[in-house]
Design a protein around this ligand. Structure first.
Ligand code: TNX
Length: 559
């Protein structure tokens, strides 16, 4: 049984509350709920006590073990904290390349702020920060981990490297916020004692970045990747083509990028990724255990392609490039053979660049394609994706055609989506189509928070932080069979966004909420405790140089 002092140090998150309740189930109910109130009352203290830098080191209490986003599946606080010191080693005794790289990544995170050498060594030892493959708990799955923190060592074990990587994110979040700074900070660098045992609710936890409406450099994409990793997302969906720009070099159709990528919304210079740029993004994402899911949006949203090659148009005339924000006006020419040569070449080249399993072919808002043509086109396009060994993903309009076996539909409806459209998606799910949920009125990061939000759009309504967190992916689409939902995504459309600062204003603090929906057990879902844990992320985001939206719904402490 843990001490009262440890109760106070719990974050008040529901997992820990559950544990407290479990641990005290013999106590009268009333006393139990009083304890919860006490725990909740102290929830903010761990965050508030982290000094901004120069405060006397000794006074600091380690952050409570459960004060994490996403909240872990199981937390058992107790025992002495571990402290990183100048002589700490990062031990990767098992020595595989991947584990060593995770050790090096962790060292890279910790060295600038701690100022310690933190050598990564494959010499085994009982002390230090230990990363070990080979936890035989099958419950951990491919991405789970266990983190044990005690006086002499903090040990992360997992079955697969991805689990170690997620465990490293937990370790990182348990350290004081100032660990995220790039300059040397005062210690101590303590991690509360106890054990975290954790694995994700959903295997598919994604963020989408629209690099078409505005182009984002490789460096900007990498910055976003690092932010996604902090919250244990594991997919980066790149929306690589749209009316306003084609952003990936395709050797067999070079003008797609050189001409079709030469502008963006508002008429700026646009840009595109060379194949080596794109591979660099894929490699960097993989080093953060994110799989890139590329999207070429077809058959609508194709003005950039139609402008680049006259023969793709039914009338043989190339339209001008487009820099506005209207949707639904463009379509590939479904009856022409050359359309399928184009699709085949693009999918073949993109598939060859993509180690991941999925290839997204869009399919949304094809308002300028007749229904008959849409169905015919999607049938052919899906076959091409299969031919090159990839799994088809499409926006949920794919369910209005004939999804191939194994296809995944991404639901982006919202509260005003018609019953018939929803039903079509539900019916497809009953027939085996898997779903990714990204409801526009919940998880769209480009929706304004309030009417005063400067950036963003509002067609799906205003989406404050609570609204973006407070929904259940398992029940959102009523009637969809349990098990049809593979996971969640937070898309970021960029009609109004031009750089990392603007991306971050919209993504934070909503992105961590969607990440938590994807990772944490349904039983932990609770806005009242989530908002306290989210508030504790504020100083961390600040230390990372992320200027987030200070939602009045979140009890940010002293910022
Ligand atoms: C709808 S959601 C779109 C995009 C826009 C977005 C803006 C979806 C699949 N299509 O083309 O960028 O709204 O919020």
């Amino acid at each position: 049984m843990v001490t009262v002092r440890s109760h106070r140090r719990t974050a008040g998150d529901p997992v820990e509350r559950d544990r407290l309740v479990t641990q005290h189930r013999t106590l009268p109910r009333l006393f139990g709920s009083l304890l919860l109130v006490v725990a909740a009352g102290f929830a903010g203290i761990g965050a508030a006590s982290a000094p901004g830098g120069g405060a006397p080191a000794r006074a600091e209490t380690p952050r409570p073990l459960g004060q994490l986003v996403p909240v872990p599946a199981e937390v058992a606080p107790g025992g002495s904290p571990y402290a990183i010191t100048p002589s700490t080693r990062i031990r990767v005794a098992d020595g595989t390349r991947e584990v060593r790289e995770i050790g090096a990544y962790l060292a890279g995170l910790l060295r600038p702020s701690t100022g310690y050498a933190l050598p990564v060594t494959d010499r085994d030892g009982r002390d230090g920060i230990r990363l070990e493959l080979g936890d035989d708990d099958p419950g951990l799955g491919a991405e789970g981990y266990r983190l044990r923190s005690a006086k002499g060592a903090v040990t992360i074990t997992a079955r697969e490297p991805a689990g170690l990587f997620h465990g490293v994110q937990t370790l990182r979040q348990l350290l004081p916020d100032r660990v995220e700074r790039n300059s040397r900070q005062e210690g101590p660098w303590q991690i509360a004692g106890g054990t975290v045992t954790d694995s994700p609710r959903y295997a598919y936890r994604s963020a989408m970045l629209d690099v078409s409406r505005h182009f984002f450099s490789v460096a900007e994409v990498k910055r976003y990747i690092d932010q996604l990793a902090l919250y244990k997302l594991n997919k980066l969906h790149l929306h690589l083509s749209d009316d306003q720009g084609w952003r990936i070099a395709i050797d067999s159709w070079p003008r797609l990028a050189t001409y079709g990528g030469s502008t963006e919304v508002g008429g700026g210079p646009g840009g595109y990724y060379t194949k080596s740029d794109y591979q660099e993004i894929v490699r960097y994402a993989a080093s953060r255990y994110l799989e890139v899911v590329p999207e070429i949006d077809l058959p609508g949203h194709t003005n950039a392609a139609l402008a680049s090659y006259a023969e793709l148009n039914c009338d043989g005339i190339a339209p001008p490039l487009y820099t506005g924000t209207t949707v639904g006006f463009s379509s590939l020419c479904v009856p022409k053979d050359v359309t399928y040569d184009f699709v085949d070449d693009v999918v073949r080249e993109l598939a060859a660049l993509t180690p991941g399993k999925y290839l997204h072919i869009g399919g949304d808002e094809a308002h300028s394609t007749s229904h008959e043509d849409f169905v015919a086109f999607m049938e052919k396009a899906q076959a091409v994706v299969g031919k090159y060994g990839k799994t088809v993903m499409g926006w949920h309009q794919l369910t209005g055609a004939k999804p191939v076996e194994g296809a995944v539909a991404q639901y982006w409806g919202y509260d005003r989506t018609g019953a018939a459209e929803r039903q079509q998606v539900v019916d497809a799910a009953k027939n085996g189509t898997k779903l990714i949920l990204s409801p526009a009125d919940r998880s769209y990061l480009d929706m304004k928070y309030t009417k005063d939000t400067k950036l963003g759009l509002s067609w799906a309504g205003l989406v404050e932080v609570q609204r973006s967190y407070d929904w259940n992916p398992a029940t959102y689409l009523e009637g969809a069979p349990e098990g049809s939902v593979l996971g969640v995504e937070a898309p970021l459309w960029t009609e109004t966004l031009t750089d990392s600062a603007e991306i971050e204003q919209m993504a934070f603090p909503r992105l961590p909420g969607v990440a938590e929906l994807g990772w944490s057990p349904a039983a932990t879902h609770d806005w009242e405790t989530y908002k306290v844990r989210l508030a504790a992320q504020g100083p961390r985001l600040t230390a990372l140089g992320i200027d987030f939206y200070r939602s009045p719904q979140v009890p940010w402490a002293g910022q």
